[in-house]
Design a protein. Structure first.
Length: 249
């Protein structure tokens, strides 16, 4: 195999990216071209030869290779924005993360460097917010997975809590929920029912609101929200008939 670049040049070339034009239509990667044409016309060795013949490392952003006929199509490569000075490994980590949350390879390849890292950081921030954290990690509070309920069970639970949220006492947007789910052996009884405002139901289901005995505990993230911060340490209102929560582990 012909050695086109020194090791140092080869390392720099790893950060190079190119637009691919097939009969005038632009694609973001060789894979996108191959998928579109249904055949592997733009394999790595061919691309390297074409780039080397068109200036190699001396190609500037916006420079194009000479047009080449491949499989009845005219193909041209155009140098685009390089990977920024972050390592290729960082780029691959960002790409892998975006792929894992539903981005397509084509969508990622069309992002500029700044856009790629911006989207990556935003996704990491979203995931950090979605994971509950508590200051005293050695303490494990009860986390109960609650489920919406209907019919007789709902009516009985609402009545048991006097049609008020067990935490705030509000009578608006209430939901009845199983403390222990049916799948986990929970029974559709009043003792296993909790009346919650809908937003608190969601917090509890996501793990940001836990019940330790009869006391509300909030995640660090929930404590930062003004509308919820005062709820940490709140003792549940007293229902007509006692309910049972799992013991803390």
């Amino acid at each position: 195999m012909t050695q086109r670049y020194t090791p140092e040049q080869a390392e720099r070339m790893k950060k190079r990216r190119y637009w691919f034009y097939v009969d005038g239509q632009r694609f973001s990667s060789a894979k996108a071209v191959n998928d579109y044409l249904g055949e592997s016309l733009c394999h790595a060795a061919w691309r390297a030869d074409l780039i080397a013949a068109s200036g190699g490392e001396n190609m500037q952003i916006g420079d194009r290779t000479v047009p080449v006929k491949r499989g009845g199509h005219t193909i041209v490569l155009e140098r685009r924005e390089d990977l920024i000075d972050k390592s290729v490994r960082d780029y691959n980590a960002a790409r892998k993360k975006l792929l894992s949350v539903g981005w397509s390879a084509e969508e990622i390849d069309n992002l500029g460097n700044g856009q790629l890292y911006s989207e990556y950081k935003a996704e990491l921030a979203r995931q950090r917010l979605d994971i509950p954290h508590f200051e005293k990690q050695e303490i494990k509070y009860t986390r109960v997975k609650i489920r919406p309920a209907q019919g007789v069970f709902r009516a009985r639970v609402m009545t048991n809590w006097d049609n008020r949220c067990a935490i705030t006492g509000t009578g608006l947007a209430l939901e009845a929920a199983h403390i222990i789910s049916h799948a986990s052996g929970g029974a559709p009884t009043v003792e296993n029912g909790l009346c919650l405002a809908a937003d608190l139901h969601t917090l509890m289901d996501r793990g940001h609101l836990l019940i330790d005995g009869n006391v509300v505990r909030l995640s660090d993230e929930a404590k930062e929200e003004p509308r919820y911060s005062d709820l940490d340490g709140t003792v549940l209102r007293k229902p007509r008939q006692p309910v049972v929560f799992p013991d803390s582990q």
